[in-house]
Design a protein around this ligand. Structure first.
Ligand SMILES: [Cu+2]
Length: 160
């Protein structure tokens, strides 16, 4: 009798174990770590998100991003030219096998274009990154009041 009574719970545990194994197997090969967004003062239209993208899978490409916090998300790289830092739109950010690519102030960043509201320190926004192979990866991004403000010219070169 005792064996019979334990039958169903034991099966349940077994199935739970299988489901867990599947979840681990389906874990995305792309990891996003240390994500943060710079807090923005009222009236500023654009924001920026920084993070590290770690690719534990095969060669891949970051091909897009979106967030409910802004009208659009563009991948930009900052390029110094004639002593002036300009931003350039990146269609696709290549990620070699095993690569760790850092999006950081003064370099490549995810630009939030047309903020729905100012980014307030302490808040969190959700950012979805789209990879050609790994698919969609969504991360929670804390908004940080960065101590060092970016150079005033950092984001003033669109359309030139
Ligand atoms: Cu930018």
């Amino acid at each position: 009798m005792i064996v019979t009574n334990l039958g169903r719970p034991a099966l349940g545990v077994l199935l739970a174990g299988l489901a867990c194994a599947q979840a681990v197997g389906a874990e995305p090969s792309i990891h996003i770590v240390d994500a943060w967004a710079r807090a923005t003062p009222p009236g500023v239209e654009n924001g920026a998100v920084y993070c590290k993208i770690q690719n534990h899978g095969g060669a891949d490409r970051l091909v897009g991003a979106r967030t409910s916090a802004a009208r659009a998300v563009e991948i930009h790289e900052s390029v110094a030219r004639n002593g002036v830092v300009e931003m350039r739109l990146v269609d696709a950010l290549p990620l070699d096998t095993g690569a760790s690519v850092e999006l950081a102030p003064g370099g490549t960043h995810a630009m939030l274009v047309g903020l729905a509201a100012p980014l307030v320190a302490g808040a969190k926004i959700e950012l979805t990154l789209v990879f050609a192979t790994a698919g969609v990866v969504t991360v929670q991004v804390p908004v940080v009041d960065a101590r060092a403000p970016p150079p005033a010219h950092e984001h003033e070169h669109r359309g030139q």
